[in-house]
Design a protein around this ligand. Structure first.
Ligand SMILES: Cc1cc2nc3c(=O)[nH]c(=O)nc-3n(C[C@H](O)[C@H](O)[C@H](O)COP(=O)(O)OP(=O)(O)OC[C@H]3O[C@@H](n4cnc5c(N)ncnc54)[C@H](O)[C@@H]3O)c2cc1C
Length: 125
């Protein structure tokens, strides 16, 4: 059996690595400094707001992709487990419900897709 990544997964890993190296790793030190300088641990360090503004599109994309991929994976596992997969003997049914909830709780998929489309089209205005 071949367990190597497909070309699509390799491309996604490359994109994610580029994103981490471009935005996350260089700002880790600033994040820790700002976090330590804050009186309240509950407030968000300014660098987080800065990065969030830069990664609006990627955030909307991951909010659509991650729960949908998780649902597909869990659904396949349920199928492999047969009826036991939908029983309380295994956590799969609860995990499916949790992943399904994510497609609503932080805004429905449609709203994130609309946000992605708006941000994408804005580049060409
Ligand atoms: C577990 C859980 C935790 C939550 N926590 C929070 C929270 O902490 N804070 C908070 O503010 N809210 C929270 N919510 C609410 C959540 O944000 C809403 O349930 C969600 O935004 C969908 O709104 P709604 O349920 O009123 O459905 P509706 O707005 O009635 O949407 C129903 C369906 O209509 C479609 N739809 C809706 N809007 C659009 C659109 N603009 N374009 C195209 N189609 C659309 C989608 O298919 C959507 O699934 C939570 C919900 C859950 C289930």
């Amino acid at each position: 059996m071949d367990f190597s990544y497909s070309p699509k997964v390799k491309e996604l890993i490359k994109k994610l690595s580029a994103f981490m190296e471009g935005y996350i790793y260089p700002n880790e030190k600033v994040y820790k400094e700002q976090l330590n300088a804050q009186e309240s641990r509950w407030s968000v360090p300014p660098i987080m707001e800065e990065l969030k503004a830069k990664a609006k599109k990627e955030i909307a994309m991951i909010k659509v992709v991650a729960p949908n991929v998780a649902l597909k994976v869990i659904d396949r596992a349920i199928q492999a487990f047969g009826a036991a997969g939908v029983s309380d003997d295994f956590p799969l049914a609860a995990q499916w419900a949790n992943a399904r909830t994510l497609r609503l709780a932080d805004g429905p998929d449609e709203v994130h897709k609309e946000q992605i489309a708006k941000l994408e089209l804005r580049q060409y205005q």
